[in-house]
Design a protein around this ligand. Sequence first.
Ligand SMILES: [Fe+2]
Length: 376
Amino acid sequence: MRRTPTPINRYGQGRSRILRILLVDDDPALRELLRTTFEVADVDVTEAASAAEARRAIVAQRPSVIVLDVQMPVESGLDFCRDLKASPETRDIPVILLTGSEGGTDSAAKRAGAEAFLRKPFSPLELLSVAERLAGGLYGVPFRASKKQPNKPGEELLLYARDLRHMLELERGQRQLLQSAYMETVSALASALESKDTGTRAHSQRVQNYACALAAAVDDREVTDDITTQYGFLLHDVGKIGIPDGILQKAGPLSPAERRRMQTHTVLGEAMLSGVAFLQGEGLRIVRSHHERWDGRGYPDGLAKTDIPRGARIFAVADSLDAMTSNRPYRRALSWDTARQEILGQSRRQFDPDVVEAFLDCEPELRNIKRELAAA
Ligand SMILES: [Fe+2]
């Protein structure tokens, strides 16, 4: 008799309970396969190679469900099932019989009192789903006879492949949920930050949309395929949390000392986010380098041309476009056409010429973004 460690799971502590399966089969390979599969699903599996071993296991710990092979030496699964159903102590434990390829065993399983049966070969997920339903008290579940032709060569492998694909789909869905949760959290942080900085909440959304459109037009897969790029676009100014309000919200021009202090928001932001695992990559580089210039006169590192991370070069155009076309405490917004002229004029000075070209390619889309977000 072999028992897996008791998992703490959705059947586990507190309101729910553990699903305990007693697996009775004389085939050690099948037991191993099922135990490994069920462990992934956090099910407590006890194995028994015979009816005698299974009886001892039931006394040691009552299972939620018994999965029982029909064909076993000494005492068959059918005999053992009848015996279990005849005893007041065990008759309430649901039994799933695993039947072989011979005809007639399905009705024999019913007569023996089993709650369900599955024909070999079966899908482990199908077995798990029947076990979960029976353990949940739905004992009126109709018998589930597989319509599959049993023992077709390779069918068991196909069933496992199908299960694997199903699990991968579930896992992918979970990952997407997690990513959108990250994104919502980061967006909320960016909005909170903006209230402190510019007093508006629309900048981060606009600038992120502009930057995404520009990145698509530049068509650099390293940037567009890196999910952290999006986080970098949203959190580029997170370091401003460490800049005093008196500087952030000053209506007039900054003094040289104030300007130097303001410029530290790039390295402050990078330091703040450097321990966050899901931001490592292009996103963090955008936070540090979004004020670098193509001609090398930017900050904090004075990088030039292609030494500046591509995501930061793309973002610089998006950020300037939004800054110029938005009202600021010390000036009114410039017209789109004036901003456009300024961006073209800064090609090879402040901005990467490839990104300026991409700006021209996707300008109608950028105008749409501004219109749509203004109307929202
Ligand atoms: Fe900035």
